[in-house]
Design a protein around this ligand. Structure first.
Ligand SMILES: [Fe+2]
Length: 350
């Protein structure tokens, strides 16, 4: 197995390749370095089988969407990832083949709901879950310090002590560590109870990353900023959230809301299906097509997507256009399906 860190900076991208078949995977590629990755792949004579993001990043734009388009690599993320155009959604225990190398997926939520760690050949790529002598923050983008503590203790710390640890970031110039070293010396974890960890993580008082909205929303939507003016953090935080059960009850009431689905057409009729009676306007078209909803302006609108993230952007856009009664389906079609609520899979079935 060929293994390299490619960025030599604070944001780390990794190349994993099968020397025998010359198939490769890139983990957490950064958009600004796209040409560098293509050059390295060409120089090494490798074919890019997969691009994997360990989570939806808030500090750099991913190159995965570009690499998927340019060389046809399979884009892989956890099932909870909000973005469209992910070719393969993985869950805990799944494997990702790279030639004869097998990468095993560990679901390690907490930094974000869609955080995964990748285990292969005695190494574990820990994303922003476990860092060298640190852990990824869990105070925004669906973060959950309790879930993070559990994922580290019950999944990462059960790997063999000699397993090499490669995080997605390092701000102190470290390059790798081991599970054993982190168990002994990680100051956030060693000798700390779950409760104490949650308390620590909830009180870090870190500023938000620079340009978070210019980075996070394109990563969540796979849209370029010129396609859409993304709402501000303040606009997003005002969006009212409804659970799947709230929405089900509202749909059964006399003042039934209009359900607006903002995913791509292939998702609308894909695996998760859509809520019966819903209207489809993909997020990228919403600013230009919102006029179609004008006749229903008095009616409450529930905006829906895969994970409830793109639809929060959609709801904020509609609110900005003067729609007054807009709410978001929290957890999106993922939660809707998990609750076993009614879905329709195709417009013209039957
Ligand atoms: Fe991150």
């Amino acid at each position: 197995m060929l293994f390299r860190e490619l960025n030599r900076g604070k944001c780390k991208s990794y190349l994993v390749a099968c020397e025998e078949t010359r198939m490769a995977a890139l983990v957490d590629p950064v958009k600004e370095r796209l040409e560098r990755y293509l050059a390295i792949l060409a120089y090494e004579g490798l074919r890019l089988a997969a691009v994997i993001d360990t989570h939806t990043h808030a500090d750099h734009r991913t190159a995965s969407f570009d690499l998927r388009e340019l060389v046809g690599a399979t884009a892989v993320m956890h099932r909870r990832a909000p973005a469209p155009h992910i070719d393969r959604h993985v869950e805990d225990g799944d494997t990702i083949p790279v030639g004869k190398v097998e990468i095993r997926v560990l679901h390690t939520p907490g930094h974000t709901p869609d955080s995964i760690s990748l285990y292969c050949g005695g190494r574990v790529l820990t994303g922003d879950t476990l860092m060298i002598r640190g852990t990824g923050r869990s105070d925004f983008a669906g973060g959950d310090p309790g879930a993070q503590y559990d994922a580290i203790q019950e999944k990462l710390f059960r790997l063999p002590d000699e397993t090499l640890v490669f995080p997605a970031h390092d701000y102190r110039g470290n390059t790798s560590s081991t599970i054993g070293e982190e168990k002994r010396s990680n100051p956030r974890l060693a000798g700390r109870s779950r409760e104490a960890y949650i308390d620590l993580m909830n009180n870090l008082g870190l500023p938000l990353p620079d340009k978070i909205q210019e980075v996070l929303q394109p990563n969540e939507t796979a849209l370029e900023d010129d396609r859409l003016r993304f709402p501000s953090l303040a606009e997003l935080s005002k969006v009212r959230q409804r659970t799947a059960q709230d929405v089900r009850a509202e749909l059964e009431s006399s003042s039934s809301p209009l359900v607006l689905d903002v995913r791509e057409p292939e998702e609308f009729n894909g695996e998760l299906g859509h809520i019966p009676g819903s209207v489809l306007i993909p997020l990228k078209d919403l600013p230009t097509r919102a006029g179609e909803l004008e006749p229903q302006k008095e009616r409450p609108i529930i905006v829906v997507c895969r994970a409830g993230v793109r639809s929060t952007t959609g709801a904020a856009i509609l609110t900005g256009l003067g729609f007054e009664n807009v709410a978001n389906l929290k957890g999106g079609m993922l939660d809707w399906n998990d609750q076993k609520l009614a879905v329709e899979r195709s417009r013209d079935d039957g």
